[in-house]
Write a protein that binds this ligand. Structure first.
Ligand SMILES: [Zn+2]
Ligand SMILES: [Zn+2]
Length: 339
């Protein structure tokens, strides 16, 4: 099969890999769509070469099912993948958060510790598969199973509703998803980014206001728009300046949720923002397998127009162009589409 692999320092190559076959408890998914996600850029830009297929947003159809797979699965099922596998039996794994395995032996299927999604076929533990609702396309399923679900879960942690004005920092794929989901939850949205194309897309997707913080006036602008500060803030960019800014744009009793990893991830925090403003802060790393099912159902029932956030579609053979374009930042959601 053909698959994409990192060659280090912003290089990718499409190579032949052996076709995978399902052993006991495993499934082979024929990939129909694989999303590009901000966290793929960390390994793309880095020097480490693992020789593994990259990408971690697979969506497709089951073509092989090993013995001992859950009886609710069948060949031909349309599926998303909760792309982690822990020990499978500890308390956190039992909750469906295998990425947080208490025994610490979690594998993430994204080209770092296991073969990822950007290939024709992908071998996964059968128990990580989640049914893709008929109403969602493979492309939407790929997004929901990582970046879009991450945004939804951050908003869910803050209990966002029609009573809120939410500031969404960063309008990349996760931030745009945050804008779409916060609107679907009934909130007003202020979208923040420094890239004009992204702000334009955020407006098209329903953001009530957009703010470019490059002029240093974002706090004042957001306080003006909200009569004293937003009630919730979702930080998706991983940018050090944005991380600090979130706390300064909230009104008293506001909630902030951090979902964007960056480099570096260590920064100074002015705790007076937290204490004197009585702020609640959450961290969130994707979602559980059960939450993935709930998120997909939400997208269907709330009729979230996820398809509108896709700006670029590529074949696997266009991987170099795909990663270069995505890395440049002026895109919405990008995805590999396979026949
Ligand atoms: Zn991701
Ligand atoms: Zn575990």
């Amino acid at each position: 099969m053909r698959g994409v692999t990192n060659t280090g320092n912003r290089g990718v190559e499409v190579r032949d890999f052996p076709d995978p076959h399902a052993g006991p408890g495993e499934a082979v998914v024929q990939i129909r769509a694989a999303g590009l996600c901000g966290s793929d850029l960390h390994s793309y830009r880095g020097a480490t070469v693992t020789g593994l297929v990259n990408g971690h947003e697979p969506c497709g159809v089951i073509v092989e099912l090993g013995a001992g797979s859950p009886p609710g699965l069948a060949i031909g099922d349309r599926v998303m993948v909760h792309h982690y596998a822990g020990c499978g039996v500890c308390e956190t794994c039992a909750l469906g958060y295998e990425q947080l395995c208490l025994r610490g032996n979690s594998v993430t299927y994204g080209g770092v510790t296991g073969h990822g999604a950007n290939s024709e076929y992908m071998l996964v533990p059968s128990r990580t598969l989640v049914a893709l609702p008929d109403e969602l396309s493979f492309e939407e399923g790929a997004a929901v199973a990582c970046g879009t679900g991450t945004a939804w879960n951050g908003l869910q942690k803050m209990d966002v509703s029609g009573r809120d004005t939410v500031v969404v920092f960063g309008q990349g794929p996760v931030g745009l998803s945050g804008t779409l989901c916060a609107k679907a939850m009934g909130a007003r949205v202020i979208a923040v980014d420094v890239i004009p194309e992204r702000l334009r897309l955020a407006t098209e997707l329903g953001a009530d206001h957009v703010v470019d913080p490059s002029d240093g006036q974002a706090v004042e602008a957001i306080r003006d728009l909200t009569g004293g500060g937003a009630s919730a803030g979702l930080e998706t960019s991983g940018n050090a300046g944005a991380r600090a800014l979130v706390l300064r744009t909230l009104r008293p009793f506001g909630r902030a949720c951090y979902v964007g990893l960056g480099n570096p991830n260590v920064a100074e925090i002015d705790f007076s923002n937290l204490i004197l403003n009585v702020t609640t802060v959450y961290g969130s790393w994707t979602f559980s397998k059960a939450e993935l099912i709930e998120i997909a159902r939400f997208m269907v029932e709330a009729k979230v127009p996820l398809d509108r956030m896709f700006t670029h579609r590529w074949s696997l053979e266009q991987a170099d162009e795909a990663f270069r374009t995505f890395d440049a930042g002026a895109t919405g959601k990008c995805v590999f589409v396979l026949p």
